[in-house]
Each structure stands twice: as C-alpha cells, then as structure tokens.
Design a protein around this ligand. Structure first.
Ligand code: ZN
Length: 147
C-alpha cells in the first residue's frame, strides 16, 4: 500500500474528491462512453466544439481515484485547446504514463500522474478519459473499452 499511497498525491486526491467539470453538457456536440473492465472505471464524456477548438468539456462517471482524477485534470487542461493540440497532449500523456518521461512544461498539472508508469495496471485507469476524449473527437459511436 505504501507504493500506491505514493501515487495518490495531493492533486490526485483533490481532483478525486472535487472533480472539475463533473457535469453532463446537455447540448454537447459530441459524447462518448468509456469503460475499463479491468478496474471497473466508467466515464461519459461531453464535448462542445467551435470550429476546431474545445469550448467546453465535461464528464460523469465512477471509478478509482486515478481514473477520476485523470479525467478531472484532463478537462481542465483541454478547454480552449484545438483538436490537434488535444491529440498531441494525449500522446505526451500516454508516453509519460507508460515510461515516466515527458516535458513538464508541456504536461503541466498532468505530471501529477507521472508515477502511474510504475503501476502498469493503473495505466489503463489514467488513459481511460483520454481514450474516451479521442473517441469523442473522432466521432466513434461505440463504447470505448481499454481491453
Ligand atoms: Zn481504475
């Protein structure tokens, strides 16, 4: 448990307890559903786009602290980003979550999850919101599962 506790840093705890943008967007342009059967994490993601820019983003769901904190932090960094920037951040976040490497200047608050790579089973928890967001942007209609 000590190792896991290390992972649950202050920011993660905060975002888990008080998730940001934790709401359905009724008139969202895009919505996607993500599920991580390995852990039981579940997320509904809502996006409002204006041209190529993410104007609003919200989510609802239930799951472990990592999945919820990752989704919450993700929504705070993606608002105002273009589709291309969102995709780039996804790739950088994925690299950090799987190798622990990345540019803190670009990743910002996302570095709170930098230790996830030490816990391979938790990588899917951290990636779920991002994969769901990607599916929403690409208008994939089906539920996204991490399996
Ligand atoms: Zn999880």
């Amino acid at each position: 448990m000590d190792d896991l506790r290390e992972l649950y840093q202050q920011l993660i705890l905060d975002h888990n307890q008080n998730p940001r943008n934790f709401r359905e967007i009724k008139d969202a342009d895009r919505a996607a559903h993500g599920h991580n059967p390995l852990c039981g994490d579940d997320i509904d993601l809502y996006l409002t786009l204006e041209d190529d820019v993410i104007r609003d983003i919200g989510f609802l769901g239930s799951g472990c602290a990592i999945s919820k904190a990752s989704a919450s932090i993700m929504t705070t960094v993606l608002k105002g980003k273009t589709r291309t920037e969102a995709q780039e951040l996804l790739e950088q976040f994925h690299r950090m979550a799987t190798t622990g490497e990345g540019d803190p200047k670009k990743l910002g608050k996302l570095t709170a999850l930098a230790d996830v790579y030490k816990f391979p089973i938790r990588v899917k928890c951290a990636m779920l919101a991002w994969r769901t967001m990607e599916a929403g942007l690409e208008e994939q209609p089906e539920t996204i599962t991490t399996e």
